[in-house]
Design a protein around this ligand. Structure first.
Ligand SMILES: NC(=O)c1ccc[n+]([C@@H]2O[C@H](COP(=O)([O-])OP(=O)(O)OC[C@H]3O[C@@H](n4cnc5c(N)ncnc54)[C@H](O)[C@@H]3O)[C@@H](O)[C@H]2O)c1
Length: 266
C-alpha cells in the first residue's frame, strides 16, 4: 500500500485525540486523506494535528463534539459537508472502558455512559452522515466506508467478565456493523469492524503492567507473545479503507496476537 490511495478522500475519525484514533489520523494522512478529527478533548486533537503536520500536509478540521449527543453529531455532519466535498471513510473509534466489574455489579450510571458512548455514539455518527455518503457517486465501486472499532471483548471467544458492560457494548457494535452492512450495501457503502485485543493506550492508562494484569486475570498466554502496537491497528483500518477491501463488508477483523483463540488453551 505504498501509493496515496486516499488522495481526494476525507476520513472522519472520532476519538482522534489519543490512542488508536491519533495513530489512524497520522497513517491516513500519510496515504493522502484529508481529515475531520473529532473528540471531546480539544487539547489532544491539537496535539494530534501537530503530529500529523510533521508527516503530511492534509486539510484538517478539528471538531469538538460529544458523539453520545445526537444534536452535537448532527452539527458535526453539517460542518463536515460545508468544509469537505466528501466523507469517504467514517471511523467510529471513540469509546470508553467503564469500570473493571462484572455486568451485574456495574453501577447504573456507568452502564448508561458506556452504552451511550460506545453504542449510541457510533449510531449517532453513522445516522448523521450516511445519507450524504450515499450520494458520493464520484467514487466507484464503493461510495463510502464505515469502520467500527469494536473489541475482542465483544466476540464470542473474547467476551470478558471483568469488563462486563464494555463487553456487551462492543458486542452490540459488532451487531450494528452487520446490520449496517445489510442496510447500506445496496448503496455501495461497506461496513466493517476491527476488534483489537489489549493495546497500550490511554484507555488502559498507557500501562503495560495493567495489560499484563488483565491477561493474567484471564489466564492468557499469547501465540504472538508481545504487546501489539497502535500502528498495527491503523494498518488494518488502512487496508479496509483501501481498494483491496472493496468487496469486504459485514466483517469483524480481530487483531489480538491470537489472544481470543488462546484463552484457556495455551
Ligand atoms: N486499547 C485497547 O486495548 C483497545 C482494545 C479494544 C478496543 N479498543 C477501542 O479502541 C477505541 C479507541 O480507544 P483507545 O484505546 O485508543 O483509547 P483512548 O482513550 O486513547 O481513545 C478514546 C478517545 O475517545 C474519546 N472520547 C471518549 N468519549 C467520547 C465522546 N463521547 N465523544 C467523542 N470522543 C470521545 C476520548 O477523549 C479519547 O481521546 C475505543 O473504542 C476502545 O474501546 C481499545
Amino acid at each position: 500500500m505504498e501509493n496515496k490511495f486516499l488522495t481526494g478522500k476525507t476520513a472522519l475519525i472520532t476519538g482522534a485525540a489519543s490512542g488508536f484514533g491519533r495513530e489512524m489520523a497520522i497513517q491516513f494522512a500519510k496515504k493522502g486523506a484529508d481529515l475531520l478529527l473529532n473528540d471531546i478533548n480539544m487539547e489532544g486533537l491539537e496535539e494530534t494535528e501537530q503530529l500529523i503536520l510533521k508527516e503530511a500536509s492534509p486539510k484538517i478540521i478539528l471538531h469538538k463534539a460529544d458523539i453520545s449527543d445526537s444534536d452535537q453529531t448532527k452539527l458535526m455532519a453539517k460542518k463536515a459537508f460545508k468544509e469537505f466535498d466528501n466523507i469517504f471513510v467514517i471511523i467510529n473509534n471513540a469509546g470508553i472502558s467503564g469500570t473493571l466489574s462484572t455486568s451485574l455489579k456495574t453501577k447504573e450510571e456507568v452502564y448508561d455512559r458506556v452504552m451511550k458512548v460506545n453504542v449510541k455514539g457510533a449510531w449517532n455518527v453513522t445516522k448523521a452522515f450516511f445519507r450524504n455518503m450515499k450520494r458520493q457517486k464520484q467514487f466507484s465501486p464503493v461510495v463510502g466506508k464505515i469502520i467500527n472499532i469494536a473489541s475482542i471483548a465483544g466476540t464470542a471467544n473474547g467476551i470478558n467478565p471483568y469488563l462486563g458492560i464494555y463487553s456487551a457494548s462492543k458486542a452490540a457494535l459488532i451487531a450494528l456493523t452487520k446490520l449496517w452492512a445489510l442496510e447500506l450495501g445496496a448503496a455501495n457503502i461497506t461496513v466493517n469492524a476491527i476488534s483489537p485485543g489489549l493495546f497500550v493506550t490511554p484507555i488502559y492508562k498507557d500501562s503495560p503492567e495493567l495489560i499484563h494484569k488483565l491477561r493474567e486475570m484471564r489466564g492468557v498466554r499469547l501465540p504472538i507473545d508481545r504487546l501489539g502496537e497502535t500502528r498495527e491497528v491503523a494498518g488494518v483500518a488502512l487496508f479496509l479503507a483501501s481498494p483491496a477491501a472493496d468487496y469486504i463488508t459485514g466483517e469483524n477483523i480481530i487483531i489480538d496476537g491470537g489472544m481470543s483463540i488462546s484463552i484457556n488453551k495455551l
